[in-house]
Design a protein around this ligand. Structure first.
Ligand SMILES: Nc1ncnc2c1ncn2[C@@H]1O[C@H](COP(=O)(O)OP(=O)(O)OP(=O)(O)O)[C@@H](O)[C@H]1O
Ligand SMILES: [Mg+2]
Length: 207
């Protein structure tokens, strides 16, 4: 049987591949038409590096992050690469994802993205999905929810975050060159990060 982390990565790779054209089309509207292509290339490289018996979540995420960093171009490669590597650091040695572990991984990933990309919420980036998702996840845990319930709510917030990116002007990355014309378009990175969270939820629900 494949490890939990392998199943998560494999699910993410599958969903990214299915949505490759969609993500690229979103990036055509406000960027340079490469987001889906970039990520699909990155995650197929990740799948070549990881093995079903890789059980250490931290080490596997670190390996995946390094692969994304080296194989995915543009802004999203270094940003996702850092996110996965930082999440990997806090989950080092863990073989099962628990509610608190996922919370710390979320925090570390966000901190890594912000350190690298210097963006905050409201700039029409992946953070507009990831930060609200984290906030909801964390709130739900404090309210006593279990991991899956909290992650389900977090995915809803991520999807709302994607909708929100349609209403705002991009102030980071290539999309910022469009100014007001970026309004009406959903952010590719917010969309891909929502897909990743949904993939993890799917795997955890199937357990
Ligand atoms: N500084 C940043 N912080 C967080 N996310 C960012 C930042 N800059 C860009 N992004 C995210 O990266 C996505 C674009 O990724 P892509 O793979 O297309 O790389 P790119 O073409 O080099 O990026 P960009 O168009 O931003 O220059 C955006 O949709 C946005 O979500
Ligand atoms: Mg692009």
């Amino acid at each position: 049987m494949a490890s939990e982390i392998y199943e998560c990565l494999s699910k993410i790779a599958g969903i990214i591949s299915e949505n490759k054209d969609f993500l690229t089309e979103l990036d055509r509207e406000i960027g340079d038409s490469d987001h889906g292509i970039n990520l699909a290339r990155g995650f197929s490289a990740v799948m070549e590096k990881v093995n079903p018996e890789d059980a250490d979540i931290g080490a596997t995420l670190k390996k995946s992050g390094m692969t994304l960093l080296s194989k995915v171009g543009g802004a999203s490669g270094p940003l996702y690469g850092t996110a996965y590597m930082e999440a990997g650091k806090v989950l080092a040695g863990k073989t099962e994802l628990d509610a608190e572990g996922l919370k710390s991984a979320f925090e570390a990933a966000i901190a890594g993205i912000q350190k690298r990309g210097k963006a905050v919420k409201g700039e029409k980036t992946m953070l507009d999905a990831i930060i609200p998702a984290y906030e909801t996840y964390s709130q739900k845990l404090s309210d006593g929810a279990d991991m899956i319930t909290a992650l389900e709510a977090a995915c809803n917030s991520a999807r709302e975050g994607v909708e929100y990116t349609k209403t705002i002007i991009a102030t980071k990355g290539r999309a910022s060159y469009l100014g007001e014309r970026s309004i009406g378009h959903q952010d590719p990175g917010a969309t891909s990060s929502t897909l990743m969270l949904e993939a993890v939820l799917d795997v955890l629900k199937g357990k």
